[in-house]
Design a protein around this ligand. Structure first.
Ligand code: B12
Ligand code: SF4
Length: 637
């Protein structure tokens, strides 16, 4: 196949088609493609734009948009270059689309970039061999590489094939069929020299009233966690976009009413300029109503700036919870994943701060890391419980360009990967252990995060020294064994948890009408759970105390047919009781003045305003919000 130089021999001006394809609108990779086409347009005073028709971004794949119809929207029969952007969530679609384009138009040149393109020596070559319809794989940052590729493709001064050898950071198929890897591509230092696709009008035709958009304020990450795509040394330098540019982008995004904004940084809140950016976000939101909510990865250093940034965003309504990217507290695991430079004590400092500001907290916890065990996951969840942090579990995937994907590392930790690219086992846990860990996390998610037994569990730990995760683990063991003394639990586990039907990348709970038996009669489950606790931990509760806990749990949990406002009568005022915990950073901070529940007089708990439910169906869509438990004066996260 003759590739380089080919486009130069076409009579018409050949086209460059950037195609963003994904299953959902929220996953469309329009930002990277927009960064690239905006750069191509202005490269060397528009010299590429003179030689190519740089087409507007094609958005594809969403809402039943078939590959066939995408193909029809792309030019055929002419030599065109197609830019495709691959992430773990749309890679398969890109491959299918690329194969189809090539089949329809053998002269097409397919250029694939993005983090899902394997970059390690030997692996990109194998990838191109396996996918003969991909012509050029771009490794790392794409703007400059892509401009140079296009320049070399349009050059007719050299023999086909020669010019691409001079473009660093790519792997391509040469004219004699060899697969060629070129030299390393340097990181782009002056990222401000890259035009903003928002501000240069790249998205103007379609960017309005969208749900979800992405914004970069810097690139790179100084840490090197082995499971992460950013863990490689080349990405450790942080390059910054100017705050003026970022603020102008925020204005653009808000003026076009984008609901949610994802700041693509690895450590938002690490730099001084992030304070200015956070202030601008809040100010623009107050003025325009947009964006409504912000998502990002926050800095891990626990510094002053981070605290300030989170406070600004929380008070400005953009961030419901402070997010702590804990992942694990286990020393052996932190060492294995080379994250031991981020100290757990730093997180503790952050949590004390958030608590003093009254900001609820959530944290990411990884499931399936090398070095992890069932016990260490239990400790991590217990740690989050103790610090009143809502733990958001994520299964660990093997990203092709993470240090964890390197052969030696994989061998050292005996890492096995399943069909979906998720870690299946390592030297520290078997696949059976992993299934158990997933079940333990779902158990925690159901009873603590979603609030189903949260107040009962906090009370037991506070007053009877029953560690919440120990109780949950024993409960899990009992239902796995089918213990006949817990019939409601057994049914809940088999029919609602239905572990064997849950697959995929997300550790998120959902259920349908099959859960009705459980939620419509939560009282029966509470009694069963109490009997189980008595048996396992030999404790007894005062009748009124138990009634308070049952009424509390039933009040905060949705139930079909209940009208609101709903007022629960409590023999002891649970709201005032848990206020003690609400105002302390962690359980360990509660001092001798702590007053037991039974010393509180009777109280009421009001739940309002909610609409009367006709169904108990639930789907948790977002890892960082806990949206099953009703909000009330009682709730502390
Ligand atoms: C925003 C984001 C999301 C958004 C995506 C929204 C969207 N519409 O794109 C959402 C929330 C959906 C998301 C979810 C997840 N994400 Co995410 N996400 C990101 C994030 C923070 C920004 C991506 C981005 O747009 N960056 C800005 C662009 C400009 O930079 P870039 O991606 O580096 O692109 C450059 C190059 O790759 C290259 N390039 C890219 N495309 C192309 C195309 C061509 C033709 C060329 C030449 C070059 C090129 O040039 C670009 C410019 O220099 C990245 C981290 C990061 N900052 O990169 C993680 C990241 C992409 N996510 C990652 C992961 C793992 C996930 C999850 C699986 C996490 C999880 N377990 O929850 C989920 C998966 C979702 C799913 N449905 O399965 C990994 C992906 C690894 C991979 N191999 O794909 C990343 C890299 C984070 C990491 N820590 O490693 N994510
Ligand atoms: S996990 Fe976070 S801190 Fe670690 S390398 Fe990736 S982005 Fe950086």
């Amino acid at each position: 196949m003759q590739l380089p130089g080919l486009l130069a021999h076409m009579a018409d001006k050949p086209s460059i088609f950037p195609v963003a394809i994904a299953h959902t609108a929220a996953e469309l990779p329009f930002l990277p493609l927009g960064m690239i086409t905006a750069y191509l347009r202005q490269w060397r005073e528009g010299s590429l734009a003179e030689r190519f028709a740089i087409e507007p971004l094609v958005l594809a794949g969403v809402e039943g948009d078939s590959l066939e119809s995408v193909g029809n929207r792309l030019q055929r029969g002419n030599a065109s270059a197609y830019l495709l952007s691959s992430y773990v969530w749309n890679h398969a679609l890109n491959l299918e689309l690329a194969a189809r384009i090539k089949q329809d138009n053998p002269l097409a040149i397919i250029i694939l970039g993005g983090p899902e393109v394997p970059k390690y020596a030997g692996e990109t070559e194998a990838f191109l061999r396996e996918h003969p319809f991909i012509d050029i794989a771009v490794l790392g940052e794409g703007e400059v590489s892509c401009a140079e590729i296009m320049h070399s493709l349009s050059s007719d001064e050299t023999r086909p094939g020669d010019a691409l050898h001079a473009v660093n950071g790519i792997v391509f198929r040469s004219s004699d069929g060899d697969i060629v890897r070129t030299g390393e591509r340097d990181r782009i230092i002056d990222v401000n020299a890259l035009p903003s696709p928002y501000l240069s009008g790249e998205f103007d035709d379609w960017f309005h009233d969208i749900d979800y958009t992405v914004l970069e304020t810097n690139r790179g990450c100084p840490y090197g966690c082995t499971y992460c795509d950013w863990g490689s040394a080349t990405l450790q330098k942080v390059t910054k976009f100017s705050p003026e540019r970022v603020v102008a982008e925020i204005e653009y995004i808000a003026s076009r009413r984008a609901n949610h904004i994802f700041i693509a940084d690895a450590n938002f809140g690490m730099l001084e300029q992030d304070i200015e950016i956070a202030q601008a976000l809040v100010e623009v939101r107050a003025r325009t109503g947009y964006p409504k909510r912000l998502y990002t990865n926050f800095a891990k250093n626990g510094g002053r700036r981070l605290m300030q940034v989170i406070k600004i965003l929380h008070e400005g309504g953009l961030l419901p919870t402070g997010i702590i990217a804990l992942q694990t507290t286990d020393e052996a695991t932190l060492k294995a994943i080379k994250r031991d430079n981020i100290r757990t004590s730093t997180y503790e400092k952050m949590m004390e701060y958030f608590s003093s500001e009254g900001i609820p907290m959530a944290s990411d916890i990884m499931i399936g890391l090398p070095g992890q065990t069932v016990d260490s996951l239990q400790s991590d969840l217990q740690f989050c419980f103790d610090w009143k942090v809502s733990a958001n579990g994520n299964y660990t995937s093997m990203m092709p360009n993470a240090p964890m994907a390197e052969k030696n590392y994989r061998e050292e930790f005996r890492i096995e990967v399943d069909d979906e690219g998720l870690i299946a086992s390592t030297s520290s846990f078997s696949s059976a252990d992993l299934s158990y860990m997933k079940a333990l996390y779902l158990t925690y998610q159901f009873f603590v995060r979603l609030g189903v037994m949260k107040y009962y569990l906090y009370y037991l730990q506070l007053e009877h020294a029953v560690p919440a995760l120990e109780l949950l683990r024993r409960w899990l063991d009992a239902v796995i064994a089918g213990d006949p003394s817990v019939p409601v639990s057994n049914r809940l586990y088999r029919e609602v948890f239905a572990i064997e039907t849950r697959s995929g990348h997300w550790a998120l709970m959902s259920w349908g009408e099959e859960a009705e038996f459980f939620f419509q009669d939560l009282e029966t489950f509470c009694h069963e759970m109490y009997a189980f606790t008595q048996r396992e931990f030999h404790i007894a509760l005062d009748e009124d105390v138990f009634a308070t806990l049952v009424n509390t749990q039933c009040a905060v949990t949705p139930r079909i047919g209940r009208t609101y406002p709903y007022v629960a009568t409590l023999p002891h005022d649970a709201t005032r009781y848990f206020q003690q915990l609400k105002s302390a950073p962690s359980l360990a901070h509660l001092n001798d003045n702590f007053t037991p529940l039974k010393q509180f007089p009777a109280g009421k708990l009001k739940i309002a305003p909610y609409v009367t439910r006709k169904s108990v169906k639930f789907m948790k869509l977002d890892g960082h919000s806990d949206d099953w438990e009703y909000r009330s004066a009682l709730r502390f996260y």
